[in-house]
Design a binder for this molecule. Structure first.
Ligand SMILES: [Zn+2]
Length: 198
């Protein structure tokens, strides 16, 4: 039994879920800094846990295959969300499942596939930013049903620092990229300039 059933719906909105874009941006800057394909791969993998759980529900709603959950008065009871979303959420939001896949891919490729770690980061970020009120993170599934009763994502104390830190991280990233591009361009020319005449 989840404590959401004990607490009942809280006066929050759907937006209190960690916004999916932030997940992608954090994953990309943490594990996709090598080049552009790596960046976008880590970005998409950072979105994947939500895309392959709630994203499927929203797609089903879009195509008229499922009823739209009623978020108009805050988060609905978890029991109103189709059971397949719960199952998918368990799989996609388990750090245990992530680690097994990460290690398996590492074994198969003979090297770590770092962009995949964006998935693990998504799960770890979700742990403190979801409360028992609605889809707390099943971080230890299937070994344990323990879930941390965190703080809702849209709480200003979490939301604002997230955007500030994200902005600072991207400012650092973009500045460093520009500096690297400048220094590599400058590094080529002096070499050419300093090369003894043939
Ligand atoms: Zn998530």
């Amino acid at each position: 039994m989840t404590s959401a059933m004990v607490k009942g719906p809280s006066p929050v909105t759907q937006k209190e879920q960690m916004d999916i874009l932030s997940h992608g941006l954090w994953g990309a800057i943490a594990f996709g800094r090598n080049n552009r394909p790596s960046f976008w791969l880590a970005f998409v993998i950072g979105l994947a846990p939500d895309l392959f759980s709630f994203g499927i529900l929203w797609a089903a709603v879009l195509f008229g295959l499922a009823d739209k959950p009623d978020f108009s008065r805050g988060t609905p009871p978890e029991s109103s969300i189709p059971s397949y979303v719960h199952h998918l959420y368990d799989v996609t939001h388990s750090f245990i499942v992530f680690m097994l896949v990460f290690l398996l891919v590492w074994y198969m490729l003979k090297r770590p596939f770092w962009e995949l770690a964006s998935w693990g980061l998504h799960v770890l970020v979700d742990v403190p930013t979801h409360s028992h009120a609605f889809f707390a993170t099943p971080v230890l599934w299937p070994l344990s049903g323990w879930k941390f009763d965190g703080w809702q994502w849209m709480t200003p104390a979490i939301l604002l620092p997230n955007y500030v830190l994200l902005s600072l991280a991207y400012a650092w990233f973009l500045t460093r990229r520009c500096r690297d591009a400048d220094s590599s361009a400058a590094g080529v020319n002096p070499m050419k300039a300093g090369r003894p005449p043939q």
